[in-house]
Structure formats: structure tokens, C-alpha cells
Design a protein around this ligand. Structure first.
Ligand code: 4FN
Length: 245
């Protein structure tokens, strides 16, 4: 999968390019990253990328032409990629939305700064607008990295065996079960005995039940959206009976 990112802060992307699962995916050529800085597409002496907003008001707006020229350069370099603007006005992505995006050969991701971009750029050059959620941020770069991280993890072979098992548990739509490691006792708090029993069937049941209870408790809408398989419902019913719910 190829990523072309249009950003005024290319250095921010060293993290996903050089570290962790995403870093390994880039190193192994599973994914490619090309960074395009609109400032390199300016023509004036001051390399201007922003200007004051028509209609007044605080802050600055990103100008069309440097962005358009950077996007054009990216498009010619990645003709099969679609262009997405990371934006609070965008469609809020979830795992299934991202999985659909990960099926494409590549994405040109445009990250905004200042108060945003001239609306005419969106009309002329942007195919899709995506949001990672409802909070005020300083730029679209972190959202772009969130999207890249989530998509890269879905690429076949991106996760080693250990991680792919983790992905399976993450991607079945339930919240995580509790995790424990050494020491066996900490400040009088012990590890649940089942986890040290060596009974793998009992451990798997315990973990599934914990995930179901947590999801029902903390994110009931996720459970409603996902639904319960018969054996999962039976586990919860057994738990509820034993706890007089
Ligand atoms: C949602 C909310 C709180 C009602 C809101 C309403 C109005 C503005 C913002 C905001 O944060 N403006 C700043 C800005 N944000 C983003 O780029 C951004 C934010 C959140 C999720 C994102 N996903 O992708 C990009 C995202 C960065 C600077 C360039 C202009 C956009 C927020």
C-alpha cells in the first residue's frame, strides 16, 4: 500500500516510518510513504502557504495553489491513489470503515493546519473527507498517522505471528480482556488463578467472558452493533445467574 502525505510538517511522520509495526512494514516494502510539503510548491520569495481569511476572523487559511500543486505531484506519482482530506467535517472512521479503505492500492492524505484549507480546494481536488473523532486538534497530521497505523496493521503479513493473534482478538469487535504478567503478586493483588492453571480451554473461556462483560458494561453500543453468538450469550447467561443479575 502506498501513502502520499501532503503536510507542512513532514518530520512528524518519521515516527510511523521508522518505529514499530508500521516502521517494519515500510522497511519490508509492505507499504511506501512519500511526503509532499506544500511549501515546496510555492512560487513567491517568502514561500507563502497561508493567508488571511475573507470575511475576517482569527487565524489563517491554507491557500489553494501550493496544496493543489502538491496534490497534483502526488497524483502523478501515485495515479491509482484516492485523495482524502483529514477533517473534523469528515466521515468518522471506525475499524470497518478503515478496513474498506485498506482494500485500495494507495491513499493521498492531506493534513490541514491553521484554521483549515480554502473550501475550493476541497471542491476541486479532494475525493473523500475523513475524521478520526470529535476533538479539537492542531493539525491533520496525527489523524493521518492514526489512519496509516490502522490500515497498515490490516495488510497481510504486516503483523508477526504474536501480533496477528492479538489482532484477531482486537478485531472481533469486543473490548480487550484484562492482561497480566509478572510478578504473580503485587501489593497483595494476585493474578487470577485460572491464568496460571495451564488449562487453555478454561483460560480462553475466562478471557472471552471478561471481554463480553467489559463490552456490555463500558460500550453496550459496540455489543449491540456486533451481536452475540449463541455460545457467547450462554457464557453471559451463566455468569449472570451465578451473580444474581
Ligand atoms: C470535531 C470538533 C471538535 C467539533 C471540531 C470542530 C471544528 C474544528 C475542529 C478542529 O479540530 N479544527 C482544527 C483542525 N482539526 C482537524 O484536522 C481534526 C480534528 C478532529 C478530528 C480529525 N480527523 O482528521 C482531522 C481532524 C486542525 C487544523 C486545521 C483545521 C482542522 C474540531
Amino acid at each position: 500500500m502506498r501513502f502520499d502525505v501532503i503536510t507542512l510538517f513532514p518530520a512528524l511522520f518519521e515516527i510511523v516510518r521508522d518505529q514499530g509495526v508500521t516502521g517494519r512494514a515500510f522497511a519490508r516494502g509492505l507499504a511506501r510513504l512519500h511526503l509532499w510539503n506544500p511549501r515546496d510548491f510555492t512560487t513567491d520569495r517568502h514561500r507563502t502557504v497561508d493567508d488571511r481569511p475573507y470575511g475576517g476572523g482569527p487565524g489563517m487559511v491554507m491557500m489553494i495553489e501550493p496544496l493543489r500543486d502538491a496534490i497534483r505531484a502526488a497524483r502523478s506519482s501515485a495515479p491509482d491513489s484516492r485523495v482524502a482530506y483529514l477533517s473534523p467535517q469528515g466521515r468518522v472512521l471506525d475499524q470497518s470503515g478503515l478496513a474498506a479503505c485498506a482494500a485500495r492500492p494507495g491513499w493521498i492524505l492531506v493534513a490541514g493546519r491553521y484554521e483549515g484549507v480554502d473550501e475550493r480546494l476541497l471542491e476541486l481536488e479532494i475525493d473523500e473527507e475523513w475524521s478520526i473523532g470529535d476533538y479539537v486538534l492542531s493539525g491533520g497530521e496525527l489523524p493521518a498517522m492514526v489512519v496509516m497505523d490502522a490500515m497498515i496493521r490490516l495488510l497481510p503479513g504486516a503483523l508477526g505471528h504474536a501480533d496477528s493473534a492479538a489482532q484477531d482478538s482486537h478485531s472481533d469487535g469486543l473490548l480487550d480482556y484484562p492482561h497480566y504478567t509478572r510478578p504473580p503478586e503485587f501489593n497483595g493483588h494476585c493474578v487470577p488463578p485460572v491464568l496460571r492453571s495451564g488449562d487453555h480451554a478454561a483460560i480462553a473461556r475466562w478471557r472471552l467472558l471478561q471481554s463480553l462483560i467489559r463490552t456490555r458494561q463500558r460500550r453496550p453500543e459496540l455489543l449491540a452493533q456486533r451481536g452475540l453468538k449463541p455460545h457467547e450469550q450462554a457464557l453471559l447467561d451463566e455468569y449472570d445467574r451465578a451473580h444474581h443479575r
